[in-house]
Design a protein around this ligand. Structure first.
Ligand code: E4P
Length: 229
């Protein structure tokens, strides 16, 4: 399932879903804020809308709290919004609170909820999230690169370890910054890259293709005109 779309904009999601080129959707509170989602009711309405739009493809929705029991409660209610909703839990809290890992484990093993463990910057964080039972481990590759490390090496090492030990977690390479990231990160071993809509457009449209198609259409018109003579 190589390409997810990193968006909460239903128009963009529908556009690429109709083309058949996406296999899932990821959102987060920052993306929802940018896409004009307002209030808890807004999160629910937008998540339901996206889940319906792409069902049965998976949609990741992030909890809005770092309190462990509130996170479990939110996660349980999110999954009532759509059978294809997965829940994003950050690997730890803003002050390094590690109860989040227990939340990941509890959601997967007790409540049978698919978890996307998120906001991870290293293979070692992803390994621990995978050990805890997360279905998806999101490595923020663009941010890793921004810190001066090569995220492709981190992806490749993580993939070797997950495969070597038979861990089920799928690597989602996230934080796309450039069109080239998509092929680079899949080639390095990511199961999935979640891609910004603008970068999907950039992958698809090439100036030389435009020029070539223009040539074909021009010559097609000339051929047709010559048949009609
Ligand atoms: C996706 O799951 C991530 O939340 C998203 O790609 C993060 O992107 P950013 O690093 O640009 O905020």
């Amino acid at each position: 399932m190589p390409i997810f779309i990193d968006s909460s904009n239903p128009v963009e999601i529908e556009r690429y879903h109709r083309m058949g080129i996406i296999r899932g959707v990821t959102t987060n509170p920052t993306i929802m804020l940018k896409d004009g989602v307002a209030g808890r009711a807004g999160i629910e309405a937008r998540s339901r809308e996206i889940a319906r739009l792409v069902a049965p493809l998976p949609v990741s929705v992030e909890v809005t709290t770092n309190d462990p029991s509130a996170a479990v409660e939110q996660a349980r209610s999110f999954t009532e919004w759509g059978e294809n909703i997965n829940v994003k839990i950050t690997i730890h809290g803003p002050c390094g609170e590690t109860e989040n890992v227990q939340v990941i484990h509890e959601l997967e093993t007790v409540h049978n909820i698919r978890v996307n463990a998120t906001a991870m910057m290293s293979a070692q964080q992803c390994l621990l999230a995978a050990m805890a039972g997360a279905s998806y481990v999101s490595l923020f590759c663009g941010r890793v690169n921004n810190m001066g490390y090569d995220s492709r090496e981190e992806i490749a090492r993580l993939r070797r370890v997950l495969d070597g030990f038979g861990l089920k977690a799928q690597i989602i390479a996230a934080s796309t910054r450039e069109v080239l990231n998509v092929i680079d990160w899949l080639d390095a071993g990511a199961h999935i890259v979640t891609v910004l809509p603008s970068l999907l457009q950039g992958m698809l449209v090439h100036p030389y293709t435009k020029e070539t198609v223009q040539m074909f259409l021009g010559d097609a018109a000339r051929v047709e005109a010559s048949l009609n003579r």
